[in-house]
Ligand binder design. Structure first.
Ligand code: PLP
Length: 406
């Protein structure tokens, strides 16, 4: 099926906005995506028609709201092909999912000297929670290095995944470079040594089909807001055998079975990890976003975005003194670049004045920038509503800015 781009763009009201007198060209989708009317309507409907606190309600609105929230969980389960709905834990987003895992997995399983393995291209949210655990528990954080193309170097992986390793935690797709990591190879290798694997899918679920059972990963995390859903909702998928063993993260309502001053017993999955009033308007919005993506088809989206990526790579390549970062053989629709020695912030600011939204800086991946010995990059990241005409605008404007800076 081909993408009906006019129809899709009409679904996203914000794309009609005018910025500095110019039509908005939004190429900052790796940071967050815009929301289709269908998602906005689903969230509005919660507050217009059935807002009520969920679970254990005896009244009508509470039951309707509970059903909508739990239906959203089923949509997530089917979207990532989890075996059970109770393996889908709602969180505030990828960052909270990884912090939950670090705290709960750390409290339950880790001893001083145990190792966690990440990679050199991780987002800070898949580095810092483990560093906090280094301080709290005396564990050791190691990383898989990368090459100039921004690909993981797996030559020494047998030494990196050793008998001290207790968890491998790797991005599915790099937010700064777009590299698609060989996660299946890493998962199989780790499993051959009985070591569980967490995949950070923040940059993947919106671009490629994810099947957690086929991947056989132990944990998979992502954020709703990068998948056309509202902010403040995300997912931690975990195999039930791990989640059942893990200590709870936050304490409070929802996550308990009984409470007394003599001792408390915890609720079953998924509620054990969902303390407090759930973000039900967020989950309903996430369900609507998944429906939206499913109507177009994730594989159709992937194919369209690959066309945008190769068109943009080709258009930008002709700009004098352009340097690309992240030239892996397999990439998602992210392009990171610099022009000569011009600071990325200067270029980003001038592009903004032309109505073009890109992101500049270290993209929350400072160790990666340290590897390339650069302060940051200019990053254009494409979503299903972007067009080749917008990429032409980006290339023309970048060329003009490059000329201005000589
Ligand atoms: N991991 C990756 C790969 C990301 O790209 C991001 C956000 O850019 C995150 C984690 C953190 O996501 P959030 O800020 O939605 O928690």
């Amino acid at each position: 099926m081909d993408i009906n781009i006019e129809q899709i763009r009409a679904d996203f009201p914000i794309l009609k906005e005018i910025v500095y007198g110019k039509p908005l060209v939004y190429l900052d989708n790796a940071a967050t995506t815009h929301k289709p009317q269908q998602v906005i309507d689903a969230v509005s409907e919660v507050y217009l028609k059935y807002n009520s606190n969920i679970h254990r309600g005896v009244h009508h609105l509470s039951n309707v709201c509970t059903e909508a929230h739990e239906n959203a969980r089923v949509k997530v389960q089917q979207f990532i092909n989890a075996k059970h709905t109770h393996e889908v834990i709602f969180t505030r987003g990828t960052t909270e999912s990884i912090n939950l895992l670090a705290a709960s997995f750390g409290d339950t399983f880790l001893q001083p000297g145990d190792e966690i393995l990440v990679s050199q291209l991780e987002h800070h949210s898949n580095i810092v929670p483990w560093q906090l655990l280094e301080k709290r528990k005396g564990i050791v954080l190691k990383y898989i290095p990368i090459n100039q193309a921004g690909e993981l170097i797996l030559d020494n992986i047998d030494e990196l995944i050793n008998n001290k390793t207790k968890l491998v935690a790797i991005a599915h797709i790099s937010n700064a470079l777009g590299t698609v990591n060989p996660i299946k190879t890493i998962i199989d290798l780790a499993h051959s040594k009985n070591i569980p694997v967490m995949i950070d899918g923040a940059q993947a679920v919106q671009h490629v089909q994810v099947d957690v059972q086929a991947l056989n990963c132990d944990f998979y995390v992502f954020s709703g807001h990068k998948l056309y859903a509202p902010t403040g909702i995300g997912v931690l998928y975990g195999k039930e055998e791990w989640l059942n063993q893990m200590e709870p993260y936050h304490g409070g309502g929802e996550m308990i079975k009984t409470v007394s001053f003599e001792g408390t017993t915890f609720n079953e999955l998924p509620f054990k990890f969902e303390a407090g009033t759930p973000h039900y308007s967020g989950s309903v919005g996430l369900g609507a976003a998944i429906d939206y993506v499913n109507t177009i088809g994730i594989n159709t989206i992937a194919q369209y975005e690959q066309e945008l990526l190769s068109y943009a790579s080709q258009r930008l390549a002709s700009i004098p003194n352009i340097r690309f970062f992240g030239t892996a053989a397999e990439k998602a629709s992210v392009i990171s670049f610099l022009i000569g020695s011009v600071h990325p912030f200067d270029i980003g600011t001038m592009l903004d004045k032309m109505g073009i939204a890109v992101r500049t800086g270290h993209h929350c991946a400072q160790p990666l920038m340290q590897y390339y010995q650069i302060p940051g990059t200019i990053r254009a990241s494409f979503a299903l509503y972007n067009t080749k005409a917008e990429i032409d605008k980006l290339a023309d404007a970048t060329e003009r800015v490059a000329q201005l800076f000589g």
